[in-house]
Design a protein around this ligand. Structure first.
Ligand code: ADP
Length: 534
C-alpha cells in the first residue's frame, strides 16, 4: 500500500523558487575585488539565474554537463550556481589557490564545458587554457562594461526559462577534495542530498538561521560549497553578504554596515580578524553567531568570541560530507554551565544533527565504545555522505553498509559529543601511544606571543617519534621556547611536551587555509633532535 501524499522531488531549484516567492525582496550584498559594492535581491538573483540557464542552454549545455567556476564569493557566482543547476547542469567550483597541475587535472577530470571566472583570476585562465581540454566557453564575471562577460551573456535572454526537472537523485554539484594526498577526488552532490543538508543547516543546533539572520559566509564558495550556506540562506530568506576581499578592515566594515548576525570561516581567517580587532578596536557590529570549522578551533579563539557574547558553533565536516558532520552547539543545561565548562564543551567538535551517524573503530575494524576514553578511526554514514567518488575514482568510498572512513581519529563521549584527536596521518606516535598534534597546536596558540603553531612527529630512536613544535611569533613578540613550554605544561600531559621548539617565519597552508602537514612532515622528515645521532 502507498501513502496518500503528493510527490515533490527534493530538487535544489525549489529553494530558489521559494526564496523568490516568499523572500523576493531580501537583499544580497556583494563587495567586489575592486571594492565596489552591488546589491540585488533573491528575486533579482532568480531572474539572473533564469537568464543564465537560458544562455547556457543556447550554448548547448546538456543535462548533467559540468559548468565550472573559478571565483570568490559574490551574487553573480551564486546566480551561476543556480543557473547551471536550473539548466540541468552540475556546478563545479574550482579552488583558485590550487597548484596549476591540480587546476589542469581537476577541470579535465570533471570534463567542464563552461568556465565562469573572476577577472582577478584571468592570469590563471590564460595560463591553463592550453591544458584544459574540454572547456569551450570562458565567461568573466566582472568583465569591464561593454565587453563580453557575464552581463553580456545574459543580457539578451528572456525571463521565462523553466527549470529542467528530473529525478531528485540527479547530480547538481561537483566538489573536489583538496588532494593533500594524491590527486583530488570529486564528490558529486545530488539534488536530494543538497536539499536535505540545507534543511538541516538552518536548524538551531547547526547554523541557527532564520528570516532575521544576516549571513556573511567568509568560507569561500569553492570550499565545500561555502559549507552549503548559499543553499541554506534562501530557504529561510536570510540576507546574504558576500565579500571577494578578505582584508580584515573591509570585512569589519561590512559586518558593521550590513548588520551581519551570522558568519562562518576557517580558524586562519578568524585569527586575522581577531588580530585586526585587537589592534584597531574595530567593532563587529551585530555579530551573534560564528561557525568555525575546517580545522580545530583553538580554545583561545572560542574564548575570545564568548567574552564578547558571540556564540560559537564549532563545526566538523569534510567535502565528502557536504560538508556538515557535527556542530558544537549549546547542549541542554547550557545556562547552568560555568564559562570554563562552556569553553571546554565548544572546544570539542560537538554533536551530529539528524541525518548523520558516527562510530569509531579500531585498527581491525571492531566498533569501539562511546565511553569518552576509547579513541579510534572515525566513520560516518547518512544521506549527504559520499558513497562513491566521481568517475568511481579509487573504488567505492564507503563500505556496502554505508560507513565511510573519514581519515580522522576521534573519541565519542557518552553524551554524543565527538572529539577529534587528530587526522590519522598526523598523529604523533610516541612509544606506542598517540600524541594529538591538534591539541599541542591549540595549546601553543593560547600562549601570548604565538601567532601560529604546527606539531609534527620526528624520528626518535627510543620512542619512534617525538613532537617537534614549529612556531610563528606574533608581529613584534619575543616569546621564548621556555615560555611556550611552561605554558604547554599547564595544558597537556608531560610526556606530550615537544622535545624541541623551532621558530619559523611562516607555515605552509593548503588551498583552504589549513596547515599543510604533508609538506611539513616531508620538510622535517630527516630532522634530528639535539643529541640524537643521524
Ligand atoms: P580536505 O580533507 O581535502 O582537507 P576538507 O575541507 O573536506 O578538505 O577537510 C576535512 C578535514 O578537515 C576533516 O577530515 C578533518 O580532519 C578536518 N577538520 C574539519 N573540521 C574540523 C574541526 N572542527 N576540528 C578538527 N578537524 C577538522
Amino acid at each position: 500500500m502507498l501513502g496518500g501524499m503528493q510527490d515533490w522531488p527534493l530538487r535544489v531549484m525549489r529553494i530558489l523558487d521559494h526564496a523568490e516567492r516568499e523572500h523576493g525582496g531580501r537583499e544580497i550584498v556583494s563587495l567586489w575585488a575592486d571594492h565596489s559594492q552591488t546589491r540585488t535581491t533573491y528575486a533579482g538573483l532568480a531572474r539572473d539565474a533564469r537568464r543564465l540557464a537560458a544562455a547556457l542552454t543556447r550554448l548547448g549545455l546538456k543535462r548533467g554537463d559540468r559548468v565550472a567556476t573559478l571565483a570568490m564569493n559574490h551574487s553573480r557566482h551564486m546566480a551561476a550556481w543556480y543557473g547551471a543547476i536550473g539548466a540541468g547542469g552540475v556546478i563545479h567550483t574550482i579552488n583558485p589557490r590550487l597548484f596549476d597541475e591540480q587546476l589542469a587535472y581537476i577541470a579535465n577530470h570533471a570534463e567542464d564545458r563552461v568556465l565562469f571566472y573572476d577577472a582577478a583570476f584571468a592570469p590563471i585562465v590564460e595560463r591553463l587554457k592550453p591544458q584544459w581540454r574540454t572547456i569551450e566557453h570562458f565567461v568573466c564575471f566582472d568583465a569591464p562594461a561593454g565587453e563580453d562577460g557575464y552581463e553580456a551573456l545574459i543580457a539578451g535572454e528572456a525571463d521565462g526559462f523553466a527549470w529542467v526537472e528530473g529525478d531528485e537523485r540527479e547530480p547538481c554539484m561537483l566538489c573536489y577534495t583538496s588532494g593533500t594526498t594524491g590527486n583530488p577526488k570529486g564528490v558529486l552532490y545530488e539534488h536530494r542530498s543538497t536539499l536535505l543538508h540545507a534543511l538541516t543547516e538552518i536548524s538551531p543546533d547547526v547554523f541557527n538561521l532564520s528570516a532575521r539572520s544576516v549571513a556573511l559566509p567568509i568560507v569561500p564558495m569553492f570550499h565545500a560549497a561555502a559549507w552549503g550556506l548559499p543553499f541554506a540562506t534562501p530557504l529561510v530568506g536570510a540576507k546574504l553578504v558576500f565579500s571577494a576581499d578578505y582584508t580584515p578592515d573591509l570585512m569589519c566594515r561590512l559586518f558593521a554596515e550590513e548588520k551581519v548576525t551570522h558568519s562562518a570561516g576557517v580558524p586562519t581567517v578568524w585569527l586575522a580578524m581577531i588580530a585586526h580587532v585587537e589592534a584597531t578596536g574595530a567593532e563587529l557590529g551585530a555579530l551573534r553567531h560564528v561557525t568555525i570549522g575546517g580545522s580545530a578551533a583553538p580554545r583561545a579563539m572560542i574564548e575570545w568570541f564568548h567574552a564578547r557574547g558571540i556564540d560559537v558553533g564549532h563545526a566538523w565536516g569534510m567535502t565528502e560530507m557536504s560538508p556538515i558532520g557535527t556542530v558544537g552547539a549549546p547542549p541542554s543545561g547550557w545556562e547552568e554551565m560555568s564559562p570554563a565548562d562552556r569553553l571546554a564543551y565548544v572546544c570539542r567538535q560537538g554533536r551530529v544533527p539528524f541525518g548523520v551517524e558516527l562510530r569509531i573503530v579500531d585498527e581491525d575494524g571492531q566498533v569501539l565504545p562511546r565511553d569518552g576514553v576509547a579513541s579510534g578511526r572515525l566513520q560516518a554514514r547518512g544521506p549527504w555522505i559520499v558513497k562513491q567518488y566521481f568517475q568511481d575514482e579509487g573504488g567505492p568510498a564507503a563500505a556496502a553498509d554505508g560507513w565511510f572512513d573519514t581519515g580522522d581519529v576521534a573519541i565519542l563521549h557518552p553524551d554524543g559529543v565527538m572529539q577529534i584527536t587528530d587526522r590519522s596521518k598526523d598523529v604523533i606516535k610516541s612509544g606506542g601511544e598517540w600524541i594529538s598534534s591538534i591539541d599541542l597546536e591549540n595549546a601553543a596558540v593560547g600562549c601570548a606571543g604565538v601567532a601560529e603553531a604546527a606539531a609534527v612527529g620526528v624520528y626518535h630512536p627510543k620512542w619512534d617519534e617525538r613532537p617537534l613544535l614549529l612556531v610563528v611569533r606574533k608581529d613584534g613578540a619575543e616569546v621564548t621556547a621556555e615560555q611556550i613550554l611552561a605554558h604547554l605544561a599547564g595544558h597537556v600531559a608531560k610526556w606530550w611536551l615537544p622535545d624541541e621548539i623551532l621558530f619559523v617565519d611562516s607555515l605552509p597552508h593548503t588551498a583552504t587555509g589549513k596547515l599543510l602537514k604533508t609538506a611539513l612532515r616531508e620538510q622535517y622528515r630527516d630532522y634530528r633532535l639535539a643529541g640524537i645521532a643521524a
